[in-house]
Design a protein around this ligand. Sequence first.
Ligand SMILES: Nc1ncnc2c1ncn2[C@@H]1O[C@H](COP(=O)(O)OP(=O)(O)OP(=O)(O)O)[C@@H](O)[C@H]1O
Ligand SMILES: [Mg+2]
Ligand SMILES: [Zn+2]
Length: 401
Amino acid sequence: MSYIALARKYRPQRFDELLSQEFVTKTLENALKMDRVSHAYLFTGPRGVGKTSAARIFAKAINCLNPDGINPCNECDNCKDIVSGTSLDVIEIDGASNRGVDEIRSLREAVQFIPIKSKFKVYIIDEVHMLTKEAFNALLKTLEEPPKFVIFIFATTESNKVAPTILSRCQRYDFKKIQASVMKDNLIDILNKENIKFEEDALNIIVRRSDGCMRDALSLLDQVIAFTSGTVNIEDTSFLLGSLDTFISQELFESIIKEDVDKVVTLINKITEQGLEYRTLNESLIEHTRNSLFLVLSNTLPIENLTANEKEFYDNLKKFLSHQRLYAIFQIFIKLSQDLKYFDFHKYIFEFAIFKASTISQIIPIDHVANYDINPNAIVKKIEVPIIPIINEDIEDKKKR
Ligand SMILES: Nc1ncnc2c1ncn2[C@@H]1O[C@H](COP(=O)(O)OP(=O)(O)OP(=O)(O)O)[C@@H](O)[C@H]1O
Ligand SMILES: [Mg+2]
Ligand SMILES: [Zn+2]
């Protein structure tokens, strides 16, 4: 049998399988219970958090021949057709490729025909914000007086681009990013079902990288599984997800903080050699600076799902940190990120910024550079201001004149 991507295989099929969207599922369930189904819904929120899945579950629930409470049975003909995408009554339209007025006009005509097998005809229009203005207007006419048996579900990641005239005719549901802990539990659950061993820290990396998008998390997991033969472990996962940058950015940040310029030079050469992205590295450096500042000021780290590696990294760094220096370093990195946007010569700009950051205590008078015992050259020396006799002579000269 051919391999099915995890995101497809584990698409939620019932309301109770749709994670992290309690507000949405509860309201939809109530509408079903009280038989108060609206004729137009707008599902909005970040990508990969369950909008299309929710639309399909809802379409099944209202057309299911044998519902289990408010959940669809997923067994009857109607449910099966919807799951396999062959239903003639549940029509999914991609707004991005059917953007024009002609497509919407033909939809307007089709809408008038009664459903073939089900109680309701459901139109799921994805990426609805991509429709042209004319198409929006044509759609509006349909929305004003839809036949009783028609339900529209619009899905979009950009509700701000949907015309207000459409918004005002829809019930709006805001989907949220998936919480890190929920996402991790879901990954664990899926790996257990698939009988695949894993290290938790590897999952932490995947979760962090997915930034609340469940589809991304499952696709990354797919990649890692394909790459590692057996266990989803931290080494392979970091390697595969480009966390090589992570290791180098940690080393670089540590050398900057310790003002170890020799090591900084070695690392800069390594970065050039491996062709790593300056912008990505700088983002990591900013992240480290922020985390360090939290650590210094509040003794906490603002990281969800801290990996063992990160914990160790910050633990070791702690005694070298001072908030005064972190503020100064932060400014340098922020400036670097702007410079990388606006100027060429990325390599030079990057090198200059990194050198500046790693010698900052020699550039500006920061009191709190003690506390660490490292490169003695890095400690600010009190500059002996020479007495300049010339001035006196000058004055004497003038006096004489
Ligand atoms: N809330 C969720 N609970 C469980 N799995 C989810 C959830 N959201 C997304 N997924 C997983 O991600 C896949 C894609 O989800 P879905 O297509 O519903 O997202 P979407 O919000 O419509 O994304 P897009 O905006 O990109 O269209 C699902 O098949 C499922 O595997
Ligand atoms: Mg979708
Ligand atoms: Zn059913």
